[in-house]
Design a binder for this molecule. Structure first.
Ligand code: 13P
Ligand code: SF4
Length: 322
């Protein structure tokens, strides 16, 4: 299937027939982003999914994102073009592991901890969570927890480390999960690129292991401190519109470059690691989207009891920060 004008027309016509809104994450293939009604980061898309009046949501992203949309809108039909589009980060903690962590902690300290989970988790993990967060509001979410309460933060260790730095909270305990794509963007590679381009801004997603290296480079004066920006994908777009830099080194999944280049065509955006491509995100192909709209598949469902418990934690997230 070629993603040409005819394909786009058919996608749009089928979406209209199904009364469907098409949502695409910033890491999707450029042609999927361009045909969608809305592109954005996980928090923005969750908000749109919650407020949309369409009876069907077609989520061009990974499975946990479509699940989140279903949790927020149980009466809507939620479709994902390929249900196999998982997430290595979401796979790094199970509900059982989280239950055991909470129980062990409560037993040891005598007080139940507050669980903050990144949205990159399964619905079952969200059901065991007090409040969810995304990379754009993680710091605000953790700040909303009274300072004397212990926080268990899962599953991403690098986002956890970022939140700990920003909030200075000693009572934040971080699970050792990671995203294979972001963890693979390494510090030496970043240092080399940054040294070769001394005037470039660094836009770094907090899931990256190299965020710590960037701060280290700033600390030792190799990179000017104001050039290092640790941002969610949505916040990268906002920063792109206002930075005075002529070039920007981007440390995140390479799909992000498409929206950045559209937002600020005059800036030279380059990937820190151009192999940082998420194979799950890329399972949403033009052919898969067409099949999804023609057949009404794959449908995403979350058992009602799990969805109900998960909804409270997602709704708290939506209410906090942006
Ligand atoms: P954002 O929350 O910045 O969109 O990133 C999410 C992510 O990594 C999805 O895989
Ligand atoms: Fe998951 Fe990483 Fe892919 Fe995002 S980029 S969907 S965190 S595996």
């Amino acid at each position: 299937v070629r993603a040409d004008a005819e394909w786009a027309r058919e996608v749009r016509a089928l979406a209209e027939e199904r009364d469907a809104v098409l949502l695409a994450h910033n890491y999707q293939l450029p042609e999927i982003q361009d045909v969608a009604d809305h592109t954005g980061d996980s928090l923005a898309l969750s908000r749109i999914a919650a407020s949309s009046t369409a009876s069907t949501i077609v989520f061009c992203g990974v499975h946990f994102m479509a699940e989140t949309a279903k949790i927020l809108s149980p009466d809507k039909t939620v479709l994902i073009p390929d249900a196999r589009a998982g997430c290595s980060l979401a796979d790094s903690i199970t509900a059982e592991q989280l239950r055991a962590w909470k129980a062990e902690f409560a037993e040891r300290t005598g007080t139940p901890p507050v669980v903050v989970s990144y949205v990159n988790t399964t619905a079952e993990v969200k059901a065991e969570t007090d409040v969810c967060c995304t990379s754009s509001n993680a710091v605000d979410v953790v700040r909303s927890v009274p300072a004397d309460r212990d926080v268990l933060f899962c599953p991403d260790q690098f986002l956890g480390a970022h939140v700990k730095r920003e909030t200075g909270r000693e009572n934040l305990h971080v699970w050792a999960g990671e995203c294979h794509v972001h963890a693979g963007i390494n510090g030496p590679e970043l240092a080399e690129r940054a040294a070769a381009d001394p005037d470039a801004d660094l836009f770094i997603h907090p899931e990256c292991g190299c965020a710590t290296s960037a701060l280290y480079l700033a600390g030792e004066g190799t990179v000017a401190e104001e050039r290092v920006k640790i941002l969610s994908t949505g916040d990268m777009l906002t920063a792109a519109r206002s930075t005075g830099a002529r070039s920007v080194l981007v440390a995140t999944e390479v799909g992000m470059l498409h929206q950045l280049r559209k937002a600020a065509p005059e800036i030279d955006f380059r990937a820190v690691n151009d192999r940082a491509s998420c194979r799950y995100m890329k399972m949403i192909t033009p052919a898969a989207l067409l099949r999804c709209l023609r057949e009404g598949a794959d449908e995403v469902d979350v058992p009602a009891d799990v969805a109900e418990r998960a909804r409270a934690s997602v709704e708290r997230m939506i209410a906090i920060g942006a």
